[in-house]
Structures are given as C-alpha cells and as structure tokens.
Design a protein around this ligand. Structure first.
Ligand SMILES: Cc1cc2nc3c(=O)[nH]c(=O)nc-3n(C[C@H](O)[C@H](O)[C@H](O)COP(=O)(O)OP(=O)(O)OC[C@H]3O[C@@H](n4cnc5c(N)ncnc54)[C@H](O)[C@@H]3O)c2cc1C
Ligand code: FES
Ligand code: FES
Length: 1343
C-alpha cells in the first residue's frame, strides 16, 4: 500500500488513500468532496467549466505559486501536497461571496450558470497572477494590477453559451486599474447617468483569500526534514521517479509494459488524444529536476522538457526578437489554464509520435532548435528537424530539453503565423508556420538578399511540422522581387500537400501561400516602382497588415433601454435569482446531486452505421471492459413497456434503442452499466459491435435521397401556411427574374454547457423518481411511464435548473431519462447517466440542415412581385418537431412583402439523427433565406441592398395579409421605424462611405456593413403557476416553466411581488426577498408543458399573476379589517391573521391564452460591420448595433442578456460552427477540439444594444414581449456584412467563381466559415496578384 495523496481543498485537508492513479482531480473533487463548483463540460481542456486554482508551496523559499488549471485533465496524484481552490473556496453562502462572484452577479454575467464557477476561477487566478507582479505601481483601492486588456483575455479559454460574453468582460474589467468604469455596461451597482465609482463595487482586497493553508505548509516542511524531499507517492500505480536513473530502473523492471503504463508530464495530451482504455500504472516525470531547467546563455535559451508553456512564455518574453515572437505565438496555444500546466516537451513528443497539429513544433523548428533526448543510457543531441523526422519514438525515449538558439537581432527577420477559428487560441490552427530569414542589403540596389532562410509549416494535414527545403533553396542568395516570390509560392504549392482525409485541403494550401507572401513581401525593396504591397492609390503596407491586429481592439459596448415603473418591481433590472449561488458553484444541477447509495452509472453504446442489423455487442479485452457490470438493451424493457425514447405532440415515437435495426449512425443500441461514470465512459469505448445489412435497403441520408425515395414526414394541416397572391401573375408583372437560385444551411449543435443528464431512483410500488435536466419534465414523465409500462403517477420527474438547453433538452433529454429508468427498473438500483461531450454531440441531432431553391420576380425599381420557394429539410429519423419547421421558416420569410408568395416544403425522413428545435428553429433559416433572396435581387440590379430591403418591407396592410391575426394592431408594428433608424441614419451613411474608402485603399483587408430586419412570430401556450404563502410570510412559487438560464425565475419572482404587492404599501418590493421559486415536480405541478418558444417566462408570469390575484382577493378583507382597526399593516402580521382565520394561502392557476390572442410578432433590426482578411478568410466583427423591440420589458437586464446571448449564438451558426457528418451520417465534429462556438475573441468589438419599447399592448403580459430566441436571427447581419466585404475582395481581384461567374453575385451558404470566406475571396488571389505584378514590367522581374 502506497502513501496517500494529501491535498488541501479550499483549506480543508484530504487524504486520498488507495485512489486509482487514473482518477482526475475533477473526479476526485466531485465524488469525494462536497465541492461541486468545478463542472465537467468537455473533459478535454476545451471549455473551462472545470477550472480550479492550484497552489504549490516551496519550503525552501517559503513561497506559494498559484496557477489555474483544468481539473478534468489534471490527475489527482499529480497534485499531491498541493492546495486546490475552487469557486466555493473563494466565496460562498455562509462565509460571504467573493467580489469576483458579486461582480459577475451584478453585471448580469451569468445565465444558466454552468460556466460561471469556471469563469470565476479564471478571473480569480488572473487577479492573483497580476497582483503578484512586482515592479508595477500600486493600483488605486478596490482595483487590482490587472490591465483592461489582460482582463479581456482572462476568460479567453472559457466557453459560455448563454451570455455572449460582453457582461463577463465587463465584470473582469471592473478590476482593472486602467479601466474607465463609465465604459462598463448595465449593472446593479450604479444606475445609468449616475457617476460610476469603484466604491460602489463590491470591495476587492488583494490577498484576502488564503490559497495555501498553514497546516499543509507545516506538513510539507516536516516531510522535508524527514526525507529531504517531498514525498513521492508510489506503489499504488503512481510512480514518481526523482532522477533519470530511477526512471530507467522503472523502465527495466518487470512490471513495465509500454501498452499498460502511461508516462505523463501534465496529462493535457489526453485532451487531444483521448485515452482509449484505463491505465493502472503511471509514471510522472515531472519530479526529475533535470527536466525543469531553464538555462539562458549566449548560445540561446534551453528549456527543460517539463517546463510549462506559460513558464516558457515568461522566459522567452524577456529575450530578443525571435524569442519574443515565439512567446507571442505560444500565447495563442490552447488557453491560459491549459498552458499553465501543459509542457513544452509533452507537446513536442506528441508531435513527434502522432499526427498532431502542433504550433510549438513549427515555431521551434523555424528557429532551428535542437533537442536532447535520452534513449536507454545514451544521451543524444539532435536538431528538432531530425528528431521529428525519425520514426515515432518509443515510450522509453525521454525528451530532456530543447535549446532555442539566440539569433541576435541583426539582419534577422522572424515571423510566425497561425490561422484558427479563434484568433487568440483555444482552437487548433488550420495551418501554421514560422519563418526565419537572414538578409543583407545591397547598398547599390537597395535590395534585400536572402542569405539564409528557414520556412517551417505545420498543421496543414501533415504528420509533423516540416521545412519547405526546396523553397528555401530557391530563395537563398536571391534578391526579393515579385517574380521571385511568385516562383517561391509556386514551389511551395507543390510542397504543401495535405494528407488524404484532411478537411479543406485547398484552403490550407492557400494559407501557406498567404503566410509566405506576408513574410516575404515586406522584404522586397521598398522603393520598387510598382511596389508589391501597395495599392495604386494607397500608402498601405503589408507590414502594417501584420502589425496592426484588429483583434487587439478592446471590447466596447453600449446599452440603451427604457425603464418603466408602472408595474414595479416588474420592469426593474434586478439581478438574476440565485446568481451568486451559481457563481460560487453551490447551485445544484443534476450531476451535483449527491449520488444515492448503490448508485450505478451508464453510458450509451451507439451504432456507427446507418440502417444496419445489430448482431451482437461484445467488448475488447481490456482493463475498462472489466468494469462492465451489465449492458441494458431493448430486451430489458419491462413487460407492458414500450421501446420509446421520445416524441413530440403525439406525432410518431422515436425508439429508445435501435432494435433490431439501428436506423442511423449515432443511435443508442445499448447502455453500459458500471460502478462509476468514468468506468462507464471507458467501457462504452471498448464495445465491439457486429452489424449486418442483410435484406436492408441502403440508408437514405440526404435531402436528395429522400426526395428520390419520397421519404417524407407530413405536416399537420393546421401548421401549413397558405400561399399569398397569385405567383404566375406576380411573375408576369416582373421586369426581371432570377430562376432556380440556391442557398444551403447546415446544422448547428446546441452546445449547452451541461450535457444531457438524468438520475433515476427506483422507489416502492414500481414507481420511479427521475432527476432530469429537461426543458419538458411533463414529456419526460409521459415517455418514462410508457417505456416502463407504468401509470404516469408512478413517475415523478424533478428538474431544478438546467445548465443550458437551447431546445436540446426538450425532446432529446427524454432518451437519457428513459435509458436510466429502464436500467434502474431492471437493476433495482439508482442509475445516473451524464453524457460525455462526444456522445452528446453524436446523438444530439441539432438544427435542421436545409436547401432552398427559389425563383423571384422583381421590378426595375427593386419591388419584388413574386417568389416561389422549394425547400428541402433534413429531419432525420423521427418527426420530433420537424413537421412544424415549415411553419416557422415560412413565417420568418414573410418579413418581406414578396407580392405573391408560394412555396413547397418537404420535410425529409432520413437515416440520420433526428433533428430537433434549436434556439429560433426554422425562423433563423427562413429569415436568412429571405436575406439571401433580397441580396441577390440587389446585386443583379446593382443597387444597395438596404434600398431593396426597405422597398420590400411591409406596410401594416400587407403585414396583416401575410401574418393574419399575429400582426396585431397597427400601432405595434415597429419594424419600419427601427430599420430606418439604423439603416438610413447619417451615421450609417458615413460608415458606409468610410468603408468604401477603406476598401479602396486596402488590398488585403475588406470591410462590409449590412442592416437586417427581423419579424418573429411567437405563440402563447397554456401554463400553470402556483403561489403559496407560508405561515412566516415567506412565499413559495411553482411554475410549469423550467429555469434554463433565461431568467424565468427572476421574472416570476418579480411578478409574484407585483401580484401580491396590492397588499403592501410599497407595491411589493418588500416581498422580493421573501419569494422562492422552486424546482419543477411533475407530481406536484401537473400540465407543466414545455419550456421553449420564447414565451414560457411571460406565460408563467401570467399564471402566477392570476394566482396572486386570487390570494389578494382572499387577503384583502383581512387587510382592510386590520387597517380599519387602525393597525399598521405588516406583511407577516397579515399572513398570521389570515392563517388563524383559516384562509387558504395557496392558489394554483392554469393560464390559457385568450383565443383571440394566441400569437404576436416580435421585431428587431441589426447593423453589423465586419472586416475580412482576404489572405486568410478570417472575419472580425468590428461592430454590431441591435435594436430590439422588447415591449415593456419585465426585466431589462434579463432581456438584454437574452438579446446579446442569442445574437452571439447566431454568430456561431452563421460563421463558425461546423456540425457535419461522415458519409454514413455519423457526426465528425464531436468535441471542443473541432466544434468552435464563439468565445470572447469572436464577439463584436463594439456591441451596442438598444431595447425599444413599442406601443403598449395590454393583450401581451403587462405589454412585454419575448426575448429568448428572436434576436438570434439578427446575427444574419454579420453574414450579410461578410458578403459585402467579400464582394469588395472579389471586385479587387476580379474573382468570378461560382455558377454565376460574377464578382458581385455568388452563393454564400451557412455557415460561412473561414475556408468558405477564403474560397469566395479567391484561393489564388496571391498568385493572381503576383502574376499581375510580374507581368507589369522589367523592374519587378528579377529571376
Ligand atoms: C484544449 C487544448 C488545446 C490545445 N491547443 C493547442 C494548440 O493550439 N497548439 C498546440 O501546439 N498544442 C495545443 N495543445 C496541446 C498541448 O500543448 C499539449 O497537450 C501539451 O503541451 C502536452 O504537455 P503535457 O505535459 O500535458 O503532456 P502529457 O499529456 O503529459 O504527455 C503527452 C505525451 O508525451 C509524452 N511525454 C511528455 N513529456 C515527455 C518527455 N519529456 N519525454 C518523453 N515523453 C514525454 C507522454 O508520455 C505522452 O505520451 C492543446 C491541448 C489542449 C488540451
Ligand atoms: S471540463 Fe475541463 S476544460 Fe472542459
Ligand atoms: S451562463 Fe455561461 S454557459 Fe450558461
């Protein structure tokens, strides 16, 4: 028995004896301590939900060093004798909250809250790091030494799917000494117009949190005295050699087997290449002192292999140009909390052994670095290039150190490049490169001669970073001219050859070309007559293009809203209910519920092929498969039960298990049950499934296949829109026609931070309690009951809060609940399933991909007279919500007056995962398709797009024709004024002119601006609400809706206070603190319905208001009689009296909408301005201005959060999020490594929101409007602005690709990712340009 791992967690001592060496710190914290702040969001270092602060103590110097780390990748044994601080450790309910938590709360920076503890810890560790810096002036009281720009980067590795990041950035910046507090956004600390002052913020005192407890220091010191060194844990499978000799002895021992022993430095590599099996033996090499060296000498900087990337950055930043540039590049690798532990050596070894898109190998290769390795007793010094080219080294090869030579500064040019979906990291690059050139100037000619050059490239679909030797040889000794660069580029294109299967190969090649061009161009003689890098009429230098990084611009914002006291406390921007609990990590999500006794854990085994018989499921022989307790399949569904996993509104069921045929790749075919969740995950990976396709037709995978086979779902007639007008007549009136144009939109994954999760606990008499993270507990109850064949009243589904839903926990969460229920029913033990991110992504379904073909007729003045649309929607295997999609799509398209409008929509049934509702389902596609049509009309008439938009926006008369009753009253039609305000303002005109000027004077960067309107129809659904007053006057509220981050509880709380406020002199504000909204429970609150469609908050509020009205009716007589007696009214006294008088203090109401008002329209408009990098296809959103009609907002802070958050989620859909499948329909973008939701780096640099309050309409709930989904469609403005910028690029370079063979007209699908943008700008613009120069005259042609 080895020594126990000893650590402090939030100041408390833990001794973990006999813990498996493969246990991560996260698993330990969550299963063996009460800590729940760190969450599992991805398990691969890519989301930040698990971030903690790790502190190490050095007894020799008596110093504590702190750094953030991803606890999901950190192995528990590696933090022996460390102190771990989690979000609950810096502040909590009992001890008081930390200012980081309070400021996040006060800046409205948390919605679902699942990311918030991780955010807290990233910010907290940035503060700790900044405040430890010496040599900086003392910041004013209340601030830290953090700068505003550091503050913006503090959370660059943390994902948040809800907020859109702007308020999080504001909370971070509030700590920065150089911030202008007036620039920060809406908050609870000062009102608009009041002076912003640090004293109004929760006070920040540096060093107030003790990150390393004294008892652990003493323990470490006493160990030192006894052993001379900290204790190495061993013999429990964790080996911690203290010298290379010791390591070699381990290698030579009997137990060493390279397949079963894992050698680790910091284990972050397992975030990149996931462990496929469990290991029971680890060798931790970080304790070998020689591997931690940092030697700075005249020959260069030598870094020991276990030096962390962060440490390397620190060391290199103090060096000369080459070192500094390397440091800059390393700053874009991964994220702060990964870099803090990830080692340089681990990265190099990974890139030596595996096909890995390493940045570090590329930049070190360009600097001609060397490595020292130890093979058995031999020590070898090799160039990095030699090392990388060797066959993959075996596991006994030890990388000792890396030496980066000192290149000095004279005559040396060094640049590094990387292009990735996120500019500042947490995204692996498509291609990276680093170039070092030694040049000499020819005094006579002024030319630069390349004396020596090293060109390194990586990540483009090549196993290791490589040098382009042929290109180097060609360039050596030559003076640089455009012709020489052209030849170099041509040679490079022969060399850069992405391996088969690499995505976007042509794009990657074009990036390599762009990088080389960008590097060499500034070296061309500056006074060359037809200067290489200037535009005819500009002073623009390509060098500036490299230096001025638009991404460095600070994030700014402005919020405008009208506050209204009419219904207070409704309408006040109060902070989110329970937000501090979320920030501290004390808020309980399903996975935070302490595991019940005997709990087992499940993981899905899914089919990897579509439409196949599943013949058998077996397991590989491995450590993980030994953990399998059983596998639950369709055969385990009890008698009387049904193989059902989900369904929507009585439409067709979707099976729980693909049995006997797995209909699609990703379908559940069995659930592995094991003793821990990690065992279950790992065991599921060991499954070997035998399939056959006997007597089965080939699967139908695409829209085209489905059309060919007539494979459709029918739309219920009530959800079919009627055509408008006579299409043929409309076409006959047209002066111009566009026939059969196309546009395509792909899928999108929800990326809720909390994956699907359920816990099923069997109870007496065949009943079952399910804790489910669900947007529809009522549906979950229905499905579980049918699946088990038991009455509904035997199924209690409880949902307290959901860590993000976005529609994905409507129908999809029921599968997980049913699977747990079947397993728990059979095994008579509680069963929990918390899906790993990959499984969740593979099974989730997501947004509907679709293809639209349209014909449109229009007059010469741009008035559209007729539109015909053929729409194919890929719905996947089951109907889910898909039959309703056409309703939403066509509804959104109707935002314009098309004259006559007819359409044919096909909801295709295919053998892919069933698609479901994703925030703004159908509306976002419909609204975008409308814009694509308008843009094409504009470009074919060569007219400004906004003019065409404006010409075709409805007046109220045509609005009523297109939308019928939803159009409401004329006074509520606010769209035209909002659009005009944005698109026809002097400011817009000025910006458009500035952009034109910019585009005329910049060759390689182009800007575009666009304004997009939106009209969004929402429906009101019946909802229950129950208000109960306790004898002490506290109030408990239950509603049908679920708190998924949208602020439902906050609005409900305000409404309760308002509703009962008639009994209070202050109108109810005093009651706010007394209201607690509690979890949904299907046996307590029946007919809860589904949370979705944006109106749940308001309908819950209305149900609560009705309940309150009844309570007021009951209490008013008592109040009146008390007051008649001259008593002063006090809430508690009133309730006490009422209780004594046996007044029933609990009321439940079931609100149903008035049949004359079941839906209404939401309006908004947005202007976005973008800059596109023609060389790389990267887009920066310079500014977005949103105007959204929120009616009389129930809570402006909550609605603002919804507007910003959904806009940013829309930005992801339109620009970056690729959720594609292989040829069999199996999702291939299945983790944070490949699926890139926006981070703080991707949001608009200036992000302005105006909440407009259109005329009040009492038919709506207190005249409010929905805000959850409609603003998402406004993100189309970014796509449209990108098109304008791309159009300018195509014009510049005369690019006429695409079916139209036109510079101005081209099809631009969704998402417009970087490869798409680059392709549209022209993959070969560099070559075209160089060719044009080379043929321009003898001056530039120097071969
Ligand atoms: C979310 C995320 C994002 C990332 N983004 C990027 C990126 O953009 N660009 C990039 O270049 N990298 C990126 N990385 C990779 C990251 O740099 C590596 O994971 C890290 O450097 C590996 O170091 P480690 O100490 O954790 O290695 P470990 O995971 O401990 O080890 C990795 C492998 O190397 C072996 N090994 C480690 N050290 C030695 C040694 N000294 N001698 C012999 N063998 C050794 C181990 O046995 C193991 O096989 C990312 C990683 C993550 C998790
Ligand atoms: S869970 Fe650790 S980074 Fe995502
Ligand atoms: S609040 Fe950030 S993910 Fe929900």
């Amino acid at each position: 028995m080895g020594k126990a791992v000893v650590l402090a967690v939030n100041g408390r001592r833990y001794e973990a004896a006999g813990v498996e060496p493969s246990m991560t710190l996260l698993e330990f914290l969550r299963t063996q301590t009460p800590v729940r702040g760190p969450k599992l969001g991805c398990g691969e270092g890519g989301c930040g939900a698990c971030v903690v602060l790790i502190s190490k103590y050095d007894p020799a110097t008596d110093e504590v060093t702190e750094f953030s780390a991803s606890s999901c990748l950190t192995l528990l044994h590696s933090v022996d004798r460390c102190s771990v601080t989690t979000s609950e450790g810096i502040g909590n309910t009992r001890d008081g909250y930390h200012p980081v938590q309070q400021r996040l709360a006060g800046f409205h920076a948390s919605q679902c809250g699942f990311c918030t503890p991780g955010m807290c810890m990233s910010i907290f560790s940035a503060l700790v790091k900044a405040d430890k810096k010496s040599g900086l002036p003392e910041p004013p009281a209340g601030f830290s030494k953090l700068t505003a720009s550091e503050a913006e980067r503090a959370v660059s590795g943390n994902l948040c799917r809800c907020t859109g990041y702007r308020p999080i950035v504001d909370a971070c910046k509030s700590f920065a000494a150089d911030v202008d507090l007036e620039d920060l956004g809406l908050n609870c600390f000062w009102k608009k117009g009041e002076p912003a002052d640090v004293s109004k913020l929760p006070a920040y005192n540096r060093g107030a949190v003790n990150t390393f407890p004294d008892f652990l220091k003493s323990e470490i010191k006493s160990c030192e005295q006894v052993n001379g060194a900290p204790v190495a844990v061993s013999n429990d499978g964790w080996y911690h050699p203290k010298s290379i000799e010791e390591l070699n002895r381990l290698f030579d021992s009997d137990w060493f087997d390279e397949r079963s022993v894992k050698i680790v430095a910091s284990n972050t590599g397992s975030g990149v290449y996931k462990d496929e099996d469990l290991y029971d033996k680890y060798i931790d090499i970080k304790g070998i002192p020689e591997l931690s060296i940092v030697n700075i000498s005249s020959s260069g900087i030598e870094l020991g292999s276990v030096v962390s990337i962060s440490k390397a950055i620190e060391v290199l930043s103090d060096g000369n140009l080459v070192f500094r540039k390397i440091a800059d590049h390393l700053n874009k690798v991964a994220s702060p909390f990964v870099r803090n532990t990830a080692t340089i050596g681990g990265n190099i070894i990974m890139s030596q052994r595996l096909p890995f898109a390493s940045d570090i190998a590329t930049v070190l290769l360009a600097a001609s670095s060397t490595v020292t390795i130890q093979v058995a007793s031999k020590r070898l010094c090799l160039t990095l290039e030699e090392f990388l080219q060797q066959p993959p080294c075996d596991s006994k090869t030890l990388l000792l150190s890396i030496l980066i030579p000192d290149w000095g500064s004279d005559g040396v040019t060094f640049e590094t490049f990387r292009v990735a979906p996120r500019p500042f990291g947490n995204a692996v690059s498509y291609t990276n490169s680093a170039f070092l050139a030694k040049t000499s100037g020819d005094a006579a000619s002024g030319e630069h001669i390349i004396e020596d050059i090293c060109l390194a490239f990586g990540a483009f679909g090549v196993e290791q970073a490589v040098r382009a030797r042929k290109v180097e040889d060609f360039l050596k000794g030559r003076p640089l001219t455009s012709y020489v660069i052209l030849k170099a580029v041509q040679l490079l294109k022969e060399f850069i050859s992405p391996s088969e299967g690499t995505t976007h190969p042509e794009y990657r090649i074009s990036l390599a070309v762009s990088f080389l061009f960008s590097f060499l161009s500034p070296l061309v003689k500056v006074d060359t007559p037809s200067a290489l890098y200037t535009n005819d009429n500009s002073k623009y230098l390509l060098e500036d293009h490299i230096k001025v990084d638009i991404n460095d611009l600070p994030i700014r914002s402005r919020q405008e809203m009208v506050f209204n006291d009419e219904y207070k406390p409704v309408g006040k921007p109060i902070k989110k209910d329970g937000v501090e609990l979320q920030a501290s990590g004390e808020a309980v999500y399903v996975d935070d519920i302490p595991a019940p006794k005997d709990c087992l854990y499940g993981a899905f085994i899914y089919s990897t092929h579509p439409h196949v018989h599943v013949k058998s499921i077996n397991f590989k022989s491995s450590l993980a498969s030994q953990k399998v307790i059983t596998v639950i399949t369709a055969k385990d569904i009890p008698n009387g039960g049904k193989n059902v996993g989900s369904c929507f509104m009585m439409l067709e069921d979707e099976e729980l298990f693909g049995d006997p045929v797995a209909e699609f790749a990703g379908q559940n075919i069995g659930v592995v049950i094991a003793e821990t969740q990690r065992y279950a995950y790992m065991a599921a990976k060991q499954a070997v499934v035998e399939y056959n396709t006997e007597n089965l037709l080939p699967p139908i995978l695409t829209i085209e296949d489905a059309i060919q086979h007539n494979s459709y779902f029918q739309t219920p007639p009530v959800f079919v829109h009627k055509p408008v007008g006579d299409y043929n007549q409309g076409m006959s009136e047209a002066d111009h026609k566009i026939l059969s144009a196309e546009v395509k939109l792909e899928s999108q994954y929800y990326f809720y931070m909390e994956t699907q999760v359920a816990l099923a606990i069997p109870d007496e008499d065949n009943s079952m309690t399910i804790y489910s993270s669900s947007q529809s507990p009522e549906l979950t109850q229905y499905m579980v009951a049918r699946c088990l064949g038991i009455p509904f009243h035997n199924v209690r589904v409880i949902t307290r809060r959901v860590g993000g839903g976005f529609g994905g926990k409507g129908m999809k969460s029921t599968h997980v609940a049913c699977a747990c229920a079947v397993a728990a029913f059979k095994l008579r033990r509680p069963v929990k399933m918390y899906l790993d991110r990959k499984t969740d992504m593979i099974m989730a379904g997501g947004r509907h991909p679709m293809k639209a073909k349209y014909s449109v007729g229009f007059k010469s003045d741009g008035k559209i007279t007729a539109l015909h649309l053929d729409l194919g929607i890929n719905a996947g295997i089951s109907p889910d919500v898909s039959p309703l999609l056409p309703w939403a799509i066509i509804g959104a398209l109707k935002k314009y007056n098309w004259g006559a409008f007819e359409f044919d929509t096909k909801v295709c049934k295919t053998n892919v995962s069933s698609k479901s509702a994703v925030r703004a389902p159908g509306d976002v596609q419909g609204s975008f398709i409308a814009e694509a049509i308008i843009e094409q009309v504009a470009s074919s008439l060569s007219v400004d797009t906004n003019t065409i938009r404006r010409k075709n926006l409805h007046d109220f008369k045509s609005l009523a024709v297109f939308y019928g009753k939803s159009a409401g009253e004329a006074s509520t039609y606010s769209l035209v004024s909002m659009f005009d305000k944005l698109a026809f303002s002097p400011d817009y005109k000025l910006r458009a002119e500035t952009i034109e000027h910019f585009n005329n004077s910049n060759k390689w960067k182009k800007r575009g601006i666009s304004c997009v309107p939106s009209t969004y129809d929402v429906s009101l659904r019946p909802t229950p609400g129950k208000v109960s007053i306790m004898n002490d006057g506290s109030i408990v509220v239950e509603v049908g809706g679920i708190e998924i981050g949208q602020g439902l509880w906050t609005k409900v709380k305000q409404m309760t206070a308002f509703g009962l406020g008639h009994l209070c002199p202050d109108g109810g504000e005093c009651l706010l603190k007394k209201v607690r909204v509690i979890q949904a429970d299907t046996l307590s609150m029946v007919q809860g319905g589904m949370t979705g469609g944006s109106t749940t908050s308001e309908t819950c509020c209305e149900a609560v208001r009705q309940s309150c009205a009844t309570l007021v009716e009951r209490l008013k007589p008592i109040k009146d009689s008390l007051e008649a007696n001259g008593s002063t009214l006090e809430w508690g006294a009133l309730i006490a009296q009422a209780s004594m008088a046996n007044v029933s203090l609990s009321v439940q109401a079931y609100w149903t909408p008035d049949v004359t008002f079941t839906s209404y329209l939401n309006y908004g408009a947005a202007v976005s301005e973008v800059e596109v990098d023609v060389l790389t296809g990267a887009t920066t959103i310079l500014r977005s201005d949103l105007v959204y009609d929120c009616g009389q907002s129930l809570n402006p802070a909550v609605d603002l959060g919804q507007i910003e958050g959904s806009f940013v989620q829309g930005v992801g859909f339109f620009t970056n999020e690729e959720y594609t499948t292989n040829s069999e329909g199996l999702v291939i973008h299945d983790g944070t490594w490949t699926y890139k939701i926006p981070t703080v780096d991707n949001i608009p640099k200036q992000f302005n929101v105006e909440m407009f309050n259109s005329a009040s309409d009492k038919k709506r709930v207190l005249s409010s409007k929905a805000s959850g989904e409609p603003p998402l469609v406004l993100a189309a403005s970014v796509h449209c602005a990108m098109r304008e910028a791309i159009r300018a690029a195509r014009k510049e370079f005369s690019v006429c690709t695409g079916p139209a063979k036109s510079t101005a007209t081209f099809q631009m699908d969704v998402p417009a990712t970087m490869p798409v943008v680059k392709e549209l700008c022209g993959l070969d613009v560099v070559e075209r340009y160089l060719e044009s120069l080379s043929s321009a005259g003898p001056n530039t042609v120097k071969a």
